[in-house]
Design a protein around this ligand. Structure first.
Ligand code: CMC
Length: 429
């Protein structure tokens, strides 16, 4: 597998250390440093800026050119021609399904949407005003207490059943979070509806009247799910992999992923964008400029939320599709004049012409426009990251399954220790 080798010369060492170099099918070559420890050295890369943590064949990102491929297919083509369920199959199984495979997969997901009645009791333990991400961490992890029958992760069949259960039940749990928060009864899923329709039905339907899902809204929701489905080794996926490397069950691993996603530097950014747009409030040029100036000021913690990305240094291809979807949805819902959209667009224009953002290659990311769409669909701000978690579940379980199927060693990073060296406990008296 090693095509070439790198040589690491270290002052004081007699001979250089040989390190194999591997080539993937795309992306930078990697230097295998696993044997470095035998020479008494660790590599040091806080934030994993230059570290490939695993081998994977699921998703590829070329950050310099704004390319995102799932199993080789560009995200914009998938967004135009596929749907979330088909994409979920693609991510999990590696190929697009034929008609029969699609029907089978779709029907398995539809038939696993209901959660155990006891789950409802978990909700009652939470305050009604609890942040729904706090509730999601708890109830997603709690699923492992209900499915002992399929927790042998060494069995391919058990892994598949758990994956289907997670993909199918996450929208149900997400909608339950919302219903609990507003004091309405939980809605049972409807298996005649597709993935996005069913989610909207469980969110916005109620037992007192018939609920018709608006097709514009269902298409927009499906697209939001697709654009958030996977993103190679991001913080939450890496968390799921690390937790999974210990042999923990997939429900527990996904719960860890939800916790990692919650932070504002990651999935929590969509909620933070809307809060930022609300704070900016006034559409005037001077006011928007004032916030851009604050984002540039190193003494001010304010950052432009929904801007910047560790990997994308040109544009985020998801943001491009998201912006188009935002324009389409708002105009179809007759909300093209939404003041938040106006502020967001002007903010983007000002920032993209500003040297600070140009030099640092900071562009709008997927979260910049997604919140405006979700708001237009009637989703409250504190549910935005929950929706991201619903969508990212397929990415999490696909990576977890790939890792377990290929065999995994426990993830155990080391450190550059800068604390006290050994010292004696103070003598008493
Ligand atoms: N506003 C103002 N300055 C920024 C921003 C921003 N949003 N993002 C980065 N910078 C500056 C940063 O201060 C630094 O400047 P300098 O070189 O002068 O110190 C430079 O740009 C590089 O930033 P960094 O923090 O070293 O970059 P990173 O790769 O460690 O962080 C990031 C990436 C996404 C966490 C960061 O850009 C950020 O905090 N963005 C806002 C939050 C956000 O939108 N997150 C969603 C990411 S996409 C979806 C997802 O992953 O879930």
């Amino acid at each position: 597998m090693a095509d070439r080798k790198a040589q690491l010369t270290i002052e004081g060492l007699d001979a250089p250390i040989d390190l194999p170099i591997y080539s993937g099918t795309a992306g930078p070559e990697v230097i295998d440093v696993r044997d470095l420890v035998k020479s008494g050295y660790f590599t040091y890369d806080p934030g994993f800026v230059s570290t490939a943590s695993c081998e994977s064949g699921i998703t590829f990102i070329d950050g310099a050119n704004g390319i995102l491929l799932h199993r080789g297919y560009p995200i914009d083509q998938l967004a135009d021609h596929s749907n979330f369920t088909e994409m979920a199959y693609l991510l999990l199984e590696g190929e697009l399904p034929n008609d029969e495979q699609y029907e089978d997969f779709n029907s398995r997901i539809r038939n696993h949407t209901m959660v155990h009645e006891q789950i409802a009791n978990f909700f009652k333990g939470f305050r009604r005003d609890a942040h729904p991400m706090a509730v999601m961490c708890g109830v997603a992890g709690a699923l492992s207490a209900f499915y002992h029958d399929s927790l042998d992760i060494t069995k391919e069949y058990d892994r598949e059943v758990s994956a289907i259960r997670l993909i199918a039940k996450m929208p149900t749990l997400a909608a339950m979070c919302y219903k609990y928060n507003i004091g309405q009864p939980f809605m049972y899923p409807r298996n005649d509806l597709d993935y996005a329709e069913n989610f909207l039905y469980m969110m916005f339907g109620n037992p007192c009247e018939e609920f018709k899902v608006n097709p514009v809204m269902a298409k927009a929701m499906d697209r939001i799910f697709m654009l958030h489905a996977d993103h190679e080794q991001n913080a939450s996926t890496s968390t799921v992999r690390l937790a999974g490397s210990t042999g923990a069950n997939p429900f527990a691993c996904v719960s860890a992923g939800i916790a990692a996603l919650w932070g504002p530097a990651h999935g929590g950014a969509n909620e933070a964008v809307l809060n930022m747009l609300a704070e900016i409030g006034d559409e005037s040029e001077e006011n928007i400029q004032r916030y851009v100036d604050r984002a540039k000021d190193k003494n001010d913690p304010f950052r432009l939320m929904g801007f910047g990305h560790r990997v994308y240094r040109n544009f985020d291809p998801r943001a491009k599709v998201m912006k188009e979807t935002c324009d389409e949805v708002l105009s179809e819902l007759g909300m093209g004049d939404d003041p938040r959209l106006k502020i967001a667009k002007r903010l983007e224009e000002i920032a993209l012409e500003d040297d600070y953002f140009i030099e640092r290659k900071l562009y709008p990311n997927v979260d910049f426009y997604s919140g405006i769409i979700l708001k237009a669909l009637g989703v409250p701000t504190n549910m935005f990251t929950v929706i991201f978690a619903v969508a990212r579940t397929i990415g999490w379980v696909s990576h977890w399954n790939e890792m377990i199927a290929n065999g995994v060693r426990i993830g155990r990073p080391r450190q550059l220790y800068t604390g006290y060296t050994q010292r004696d406990y103070p003598s008493q008296g």
